[in-house]
Design a protein around this ligand. Structure first.
Ligand SMILES: Cc1cc2nc3c(=O)[nH]c(=O)nc-3n(C[C@H](O)[C@H](O)[C@H](O)COP(=O)(O)O)c2cc1C
Length: 188
C-alpha cells in the first residue's frame, strides 16, 4: 500500500512554542505507513488583502503551502487558542489558501490538536477552526479530540511529549486518522 503523506501546520510562530513541540512529536508516533512532515511556514504571508491578490497574484509562500496541502493525503493543524479563537496568523494563512483555484482544502481530511498551559487545552479554538473548515469543504476528523491542557508539564523542547497518557491519546488519534483517510481520502 502507498505511504500516507500527512502534513502538520502549527498555528504558533513562537520560538519554543508548545504546539510546535507537539507537532514535532507526531512523526515518531505515526502508525506504520503514515509519514508526517511539517508544512511550509506561513510566517511570511502578508495580511490578506484582495487588492494585493488581484494586483500581484499569490505570494510564493502562499503557493508553497497550498501546494503542500493539495499534495497531502491529510493535514493536522496543531494550534494554540488566542482569545478563545484562532491565532490571527493561522486564520490569515487559511484565508489566503482558500482563495486559490481548486481550493486545496476541499474534501481534504483534516485533524485538529491544541495545547495550552491552561486547563481547557484549546477546546474553543478547535470549534472555531471546525467552523472555518466547513466553509473550506474540508473533511474534518471528529474523535478522539486532542486537547493538551496544562501543557507546560507535558511538553518539553528537548524531550517532546513527556506525559505518557498524552503520548497514548495522540497515538490513538493518529491511528484513527489513518483509518479515516483510508476510508474517505482520495489520492491526488
Ligand atoms: C494573544 C494571546 C491570547 C491568548 N488567549 C488564550 C486563550 O483564549 N485560551 C488559552 O487557553 N490560552 C490563551 N493564551 C495563552 C496561550 O495558550 C499560551 O501563550 C500558549 O503557550 C501559546 O501556544 P504556543 O506555546 O504554542 O505558542 C493566549 C496567548 C496569547 C499570546
Amino acid at each position: 500500500m502507498a505511504e500516507t503523506n500527512v502534513i502538520s501546520i502549527c498555528g504558533s510562530l513562537r520560538k519554543g512554542s508548545f504546539n510546535r513541540i507537539l507537532a514535532r512529536a507526531l512523526p515518531a508516533l505515526a502508525p506504520a505507513g503514515m509519514r508526517i512532515t511539517e508544512a511550509p511556514s506561513f510566517a511570511d504571508f502578508p495580511i490578506y488583502n484582495a487588492d494585493l491578490q488581484n494586483e500581484k497574484g499569490f505570494p510564493a509562500p502562499v503557493t508553497a503551502l497550498a501546494d503542500a496541502v493539495r499534495a497531502a493525503d491529510g493535514v493536522i493543524i496543531v494550534t494554540p487558542e488566542y482569545n478563545f479563537s484562532m491565532p490571527g496568523g493561522l486564520k490569515n494563512a487559511l484565508d489566503w489558501v482558500s482563495r486559490i483555484k481548486d481550493q486545496p482544502f476541499k474534501e481534504k481530511p483534516v485533524a485538529l490538536q491544541s495545547a495550552a498551559p491552561g486547563p481547557v487545552g484549546g477546546a474553543r479554538v478547535q470549534y472555531h477552526l471546525r467552523q472555518t473548515l466547513v466553509f473550506l469543504d474540508a473533511m474534518t476528523f471528529t474523535r478522539p479530540e486532542i486537547f493538551v491542557a496544562h501543557c507546560a508539564s507535558k511538553l518539553d523542547e528537548a524531550r517532546g511529549i513527556t506525559d505518557e497518557a498524552t503520548r497514548n491519546f495522540v497515538t490513538s488519534q493518529l491511528e484513527a486518522f489513518a483509518a479515516f483517510i483510508a476510508r474517505h481520502g482520495q489520492k491526488h
